[in-house]
Design a protein around this ligand. Structure first.
Ligand code: SF4
Length: 300
């Protein structure tokens, strides 16, 4: 008999499975999936979800809430990690440099209304409130609202000053503001975006929603490579075409909820596509029955 590796002669012990970890993971998943523990599905729309909305799924969820594929601890952890990275850059870089205004707030080392750093807050120094737009009305014929908050705003003068190497003191503010958006991204994605034309529609759509909410026609994307911390900027000025198109989807959803009908638009090409496989409504969605019939069957 021939041995293909020394391991066959001296077998290595198999690493023990970490049962504590596996049990904890199972318990967290179970807890997370319990209907009473799941985060409620809001009737509001968030700018980040516009590009991913499935009208049918949203209507199903309205009448018959079920755990979504994204209702997982790992997704929540990813989102929390993203928020922490945003905050780090805001609090330790852009704020103290005197760049962001509006939403940006210095939450650390801030006491007795005094701010030991000189974060740029043109209106009131050291405010603890967040600038958040809620209940921004999307449609006139249906009660569709969105809410959300941006990563920050920057005056045109200060953006030019930044690009020019921040020579001298920060300039005074003019009338033009840009919406500031961070994108922390992998090395591969970072390298694939070389110019503004490479920006994907889902980035642009989210910005168009914010531009509409804040009545601010221009955005700056700051892409940060989370492996190397390199960064680059892209400007985006839109006419809101993507946003206008997405309003059709919102209208379909609102109409479906109001009239108890399933929208005709499918996000999936068929029941075998990857999105359908993780959709909790796959069976109902492709069964060919009306929403009223499906709801009737599911409750009896
Ligand atoms: S299966 Fe696809 S089209 Fe149907 S509800 Fe789910 S995501 Fe939407």
């Amino acid at each position: 008999m021939f041995l293909s590796s020394p391991d066959e002669l001296f077998p290595q012990p198999k690493p023990k499975r970490n049962n504590y970890f596996l049990r904890a993971k199972k318990a967290i998943n179970k807890q997370w999936k319990a209907p009473e523990n799941r985060p409620p599905i809001s009737h509001k729309y968030y700018p980040s979800e516009f590009s991913y909305l499935c009208p049918r799924e949203r209507v199903f969820q309205h009448f018959d809430p079920r755990p979504r594929a994204t209702d997982k601890p790992s997704e929540a952890m990813r989102s929390e990690a993203g928020k922490a990275m945003h905050k780090y850059v805001q609090d330790t870089f852009l704020g103290p440099l005197g760049l962001l205004k509006g939403y940006w707030k210095l939450s650390q080392d801030c006491y007795e209304d005094r701010n030991p750093f000189y974060g740029y807050m043109p209106d009131e120094p050291c405010r603890f409130e967040e600038e958040k737009i809620s209940n921004h009305k999307l449609l006139d014929d249906f009660p569709a609202y969105t809410n959300g908050k941006i990563d920050g705003k920057i005056g045109k003068e200060r953006y030019d000053w930044l690009l020019d190497g921040m020579k001298g003191d920060p300039p005074e503010d003019g009338d033009i503001d840009y919406i500031w958006d961070f994108k922390f991204t992998s090395d591969r994605n970072y390298s694939s975006i070389k110019e503004a034309a490479d920006l994907k529609d889902y980035y642009l759509l989210q910005q168009e929603v914010y531009q509409e909410m804040y009545q601010c026609p221009m955005s700056i994307f700051m892409f940060v490579n989370f492996s190397t911390w390199e960064y680059k900027f892209f400007e985006y000025e839109s006419e809101g075409k993507l946003f206008q198109e997405s309003l059709k989807t919102i209208r379909e959803i609102e109409e479906g909820m109001a009239l108890t009908v399933l929208p005709d638009t499918f996000a999936c090409s068929d029941s075998d596509c990857s999105r359908a496989k993780s959709c909790p409504f796959k069976e109902d969605c492709f069964c060919g029955k009306s929403l009223a019939e499906i709801l009737d069957e599911n409750t009896t």
